[in-house]
Design a protein around this ligand. Sequence first.
Ligand code: GDP
Ligand code: MN
Length: 397
Amino acid sequence: MNIHEYQGKEILKSFGVRVQEGIVAETPEQAVEAASTLKEQTGTGWWVVKAQIHAGGRGKGGGVKLAKSLEEVQEKAAKIIGMQLVTPQTGPEGKKVNKVLIAQDVYYPGASEHKEFYMSVLLDRATGRNIIMYSPEGGMDIEEVAAKTPDKIFKEEVDPKVGLQAFQARKVAFNFGLEGAAFKEMVKFVSALYKAYEGTDSSLFEINPVLKTSDDKIMAVDAKVNLDDNALYRHPDYAAMRDLAEEDPTEVEAGKSNLNYVKLDGNVGCMVNGAGLAMATMDIIKLAGGEPANFLDVGGTASAKTVEAAFHIILQDPNVKAILINIFGGIVRCDRVAQGVIDAYQNIGDIKVPIIVRLQGTNAEEAKKLIDESGLQVYSAIALQEAADLVTEVLKN
Ligand code: GDP
Ligand code: MN
């Protein structure tokens, strides 16, 4: 699950990571109020107005603006709230901004230069260990740094038996070229960030930039946090941070019915039980000359209710020219699934696309008979190839 920058920063703060202070706002009036409060709390006289969407690259798209007075805060918040923000990560249609974070300006001049670093904590699947990935080239596109100057990206692997060691945190600070107070602050920052990553059961914490201020403080200016869905039951307070407005509405609806649905660009809708079978079915569709319109795993127990919910979701996609239902009857009996398909078909009514049902496993023959005798526009098959051929045939018409 993804969360907003302001929520990520709240979490970081609770683990003792220094962050650029900010207050979230949903209207220009709230933004001005937030800016005043921040002035009292931090003494700042300048602010940054930051669009809160689940995508990075906001600065490049015009979603991060410096404001040098309360009037400018009001002005810039009014401009950003409600805008359709396009960044390199949103796709051309962009994302609607509903909230802004009003943050203290931390790029103020001082005794030394400020510096931007990159740091993330994530699981390295190759070694099965958590790593801290970091680079002195922060603030900008880390993908570009990785492509052009891979020697500027460092990795520190954490042994799960002993956890992050103090010498490792010092190594990070050393590789950043820090000294004195900034060095000490960075050691604390790395340790606290790693604790936050572990303590929240996250799969990613990415801080870009980590800022060294001109008075040698180290802080998180941005926060991209990816919480592990499978661990959310242990963190109801984080689960409550979910922002449905940021997610694909069809995928949200699918989630409510316990369906694993991912929308794709093709023309053949799929309804399958089991993720592996769903992948194989998508391959078969491609081999037969079609393109899958979605990935949809209805789970182990495909009841009439789940089948109906799945139909509703697939049929919302205007590109769908045929639907292939591929169910293996192991725990669930094929005849019950067949009855479910027939019931759902009749309940929804007015289904215009041809449906091909391939049922294999327990009571497959009975299931085929039920479908063939239902009098509906449903083609039945037992063998997968047979089903694929039917898809090719209906796509021709
Ligand atoms: P992203 O573009 O979505 O990654 O958003 P960030 O939170 O990383 O902000 C983008 C950029 O805005 C940063 O790299 C900074 O250059 C700039 N920025 C962020 N906070 C401040 C601030 O307090 N003052 C100034 N002057 N610039 C800031
Ligand atoms: Mn950033």
